[in-house]
Design a protein around this ligand. Structure first.
Ligand SMILES: *[C@@H]1O[C@H](CO)[C@@H](O)[C@H](O)[C@H]1NC(C)=O
Ligand SMILES: *[C@@H]1O[C@H](CO)[C@@H](O)[C@H](O)[C@H]1NC(C)=O
Ligand SMILES: *[C@@H]1O[C@H](CO)[C@@H](O)[C@H](O)[C@H]1NC(C)=O
Ligand SMILES: *[C@@H]1O[C@H](CO)[C@@H](O)[C@H](O)[C@H]1NC(C)=O
Ligand SMILES: *[C@@H]1O[C@H](CO)[C@@H](O)[C@H](O)[C@H]1NC(C)=O
Ligand SMILES: *[C@@H]1O[C@H](CO)[C@@H](O)[C@H](O)[C@H]1NC(C)=O
Ligand SMILES: *[C@@H]1O[C@H](CO)[C@@H](O)[C@H](O)[C@H]1NC(C)=O
Ligand SMILES: *[C@@H]1O[C@H](CO)[C@@H](O)[C@H](O)[C@H]1NC(C)=O
Ligand SMILES: *[C@@H]1O[C@H](CO)[C@@H](O)[C@H](O)[C@H]1NC(C)=O
Length: 414
């Protein structure tokens, strides 16, 4: 991922008068930044030509009214999506890092009782660190290191019981691990760093589930340490793990034959569902077929770009895997579940919102956030975000935007 300065283009939809019976597209009377598309257009278009190098919104089609949504901030496929946003809500730039550093690339944890969002930069060696956004004055500061334990190469994280848990990818000498950070004193501890003396490949994301008075930490693990941090080659196979801090037990709970490269992970509000994203080689955008430089098509059978749901039982074990969604393009990286069970994911086309059954309701359009050049560059600067009560906080690499929601959609979860 490059740290080159990025051009940011903000688009306001021009007024549009086109109309057709099936695909009518027009501005929402309450929000001139929302472009409505029929959900039918997600699976049926008149003469069309789209490919995975482009946003769905850039698909060339003779369906009238479709292309006018290209640069809109918010794309709706369902009225429920429109109702999530405050009148005329749009992208509000609240912070731009003066040095252009990718401070806002990973994580996205809302500390609901501290009015903060914690984020991480690119989880890459020498670049990655944790930053804290204070939503009361939109200031950003680096996570202090008071006791000599530095959070090394952080990626995802979660907030539970007044403590922040962070996936750290380590480096050659420091094993990948899970950190526990006190957000008041910033005292940091390593709580998990090995499985019977073997290193993890590189924890990616962390979430807590609570049922019947018990709580478990789930984390995903894949070879991020080796890939981004000059770390050691993986010894433990990719897996999703569950830590029970009362029973002092760490168990593998999802095998790599169920999820090959587990990445984003979250539970719903009452911890009856667990959602995990599966992320293949990031160069294989949502497809199983890739074209080589010579133009030859090869079949990359391991790629999937999928979101899976599991049932969580009262003992906190996942079962009943269901394919919940496939990213429109790129991978589904950051994942959050709102109190109504809607699943929000950071994908290459934007921040996509799905209903509890998986219907794509709409998205915050990546083209409106970063501009076409950057979105198509393959670096995917928009991959994580936070749901902070009645605010969507968009982590856009070296910039942070907020979008005002119509009501509080998450209470005390992250
Ligand atoms: C995808 O579409 C764009 C725009 O039409 C085009 O420039 C590009 O060559 C296409 N890529 C492939 C692999 O067809
Ligand atoms: C969207 O923005 C791009 C980049 O400037 C421009 O080429 C395109 O015409 C715009 N699309 C619409 C529908 O306005
Ligand atoms: C777009 O959707 C909103 C919310 O459902 C609605 O108020 C508005 O009339 C819609 N516009 C069109 C043209 O369908
Ligand atoms: C538009 O805003 C009004 C007033 O806030 C609200 O009553 C109405 O439901 C909104 N319409 C839509 C389609 O969201
Ligand atoms: C939204 O913005 C449009 C265009 O600026 C304006 O006409 C309309 O009154 C605004 N609506 C609300 C609910 O603020
Ligand atoms: C980044 O860290 C590696 C060691 O992991 C070191 O070899 C390299 O020189 C560092 N690069 C910079 C730009 O500091
Ligand atoms: C921002 O607000 C926080 C919390 O109220 C405060 O601790 C911090 O000093 C403020 N920062 C600035 C630069 O005002
Ligand atoms: C790993 O990170 C630690 C802490 O920053 C540093 O002291 C050590 O030199 C790094 N190891 C390598 C091989 O870069
Ligand atoms: C969890 O929440 C869902 C949806 O709100 C509800 O249908 C279900 O009964 C709840 N289950 C438990 C065990 O609380």
């Amino acid at each position: 991922m490059s740290a080159a300065p990025r051009k940011v283009l903000l688009w306001t939809m021009a007024l549009v008068a086109a109309s057709t019976p099936r695909f009518a597209t027009a501005l929402d009377s309450n929000n001139s930044n929302i472009c409505n598309l029929s959900s039918i257009s997600t699976y049926q278009l008149d003469s069309f030509n789209g490919n995975v190098s482009q946003s769905f919104l850039q698909t060339k089609t003779s369906t009238r009214g479709f292309t006018q949504c290209e640069n809109a901030t918010l794309i709706s496929y369902d009225q429920e999506f429109n109702s999530l946003f405050a009148p005329n809500a749009s992208l509000n730039l609240i912070y731009a890092d003066p040095s252009g550093d990718p401070i806002a690339d990973e994580m996205g944890i809302w500390l609901w009782d501290r009015n903060q969002v914690w984020m991480a930069s690119a989880s890459e060696n020498n670049v990655s660190h944790v930053s804290i956004l204070d939503l009361s004055n939109n200031t950003v500061k680096p996570l202090p290191v008071p006791n000599g334990i530095e959070v090394l190469n952080p990626n995802g994280g979660g907030y539970h019981n007044g403590k922040v848990y962070i996936a750290g990818d380590g480096n050659y000498t420091v094993p990948p691990c899970i950190y526990e950070v006190d957000p008041v004193t910033y005292q940091t501890e390593v709580v998990i760093n090995s499985y019977f003396g073997l290193r993890f490949g590189g924890p990616n994301d962390v979430t807590w589930a609570s049922r019947g008075g018990k709580s478990w930490l789930f984390f995903t693990d894949d070879p991020l340490s080796e890939v981004y941090n000059n770390g050691q080659i993986p010894q433990v196979p990719d897996a999703t793990w569950r830590w029970d801090p009362l029973e002092n037990t760490l168990l593998p709970v999802i095998d790599r034959t169920d999820i090959l490269v587990p990445n984003g992970i979250r539970v719903n509000k009452n911890s009856t569902k667990l959602y995990v994203t599966d992320t293949p080689d990031p160069l294989v955008y949502g497809a199983a077929a890739v074209q080589t430089a010579s133009g030859q098509s090869i079949y990359a059978a391991t790629s999937s770009s999928a979101i899976y749901s599991f049932d969580l039982d009262e003992s906190g074990f996942p079962s009943s895997r269901r394919l919940f969604g496939i990213a429109e393009r790129g991978i589904a990286d950051g994942l959050h579940v709102d109190d109504a069970g809607r699943v929000w994911t950071g994908e290459q086309d934007g921040i996509v919102v799905r209903s509890p059954s998986g219907k794509v309701l709409g998205m915050v359009n990546a083209l409106a956030i970063e501009g076409e050049d950057v979105v198509n560059s393959g670096t995917s600067p928009l991959q994580n975000f936070a749901l902070a009560g009645d605010l969507l906080v968009v982590l856009a690499f070296n910039k942070i935007y907020t979008v005002q929601l119509s009501s509080q959609i998450v209470s005390d979860m992250t």
